[in-house]
Design a protein around this ligand. Sequence first.
Ligand SMILES: [Zn+2]
Length: 209
Amino acid sequence: MTTYPQRVAANILPLSVAGTLPDAFGEWYFTDNIEDHEIANEDCELCDQEQLRYHFEIKNRRTNHHLWVGSSCILKFQVQVFENGILLDAKGSKKKLNELKQKMRLDSCVKSLRNLAETEDNVILNNALDFYLKNKYLTPKFAFVVFWRLSSNNIDHSPSFFKVSLKNDKYKQDLTQMDESRVHLIWPALTSSQRKLAIQYGHSEPDNT
Ligand SMILES: [Zn+2]
């Protein structure tokens, strides 16, 4: 059985000029290429960790080899991350990678919504899509209709990627008055503080979360 550092070294050293870690990582940078595989089933080619949904490409500037890895490995091994040609520090790198992940999540939600709006030519669903494109969140009522219709049509989607807003009183009121079963349907999209609010409004937590 090999240890984690041994696995990383075995994967990266043959593709690098430097013969030891961490020197070899100095040759590597994040190319800004990312891929959403839609299901969390991919390996990190650096540490062999499995069940990644997102791949980030890193490249060696001396050997031109490249690897598809998880974002946590980029941060852990301080692979260089650039923004407009400027090298980012650890904090900046983390921020950039998080923003890229958020962007992929948003794109994935938009894709599901477009698919839904095309499948059912329905004014509410078209409005939900326009609303999401404009605001990057759904109202509780939109969220219920969207999740219900996405499931009915067997359209692939990740409920937890959708953002629901409770920032105005109307949305809070709508959530309060919503049927328990509908609240449970949108539950995966609620943040932990929104879930606490829902409970405060008299709703119960779904059984299997
Ligand atoms: Zn990894």
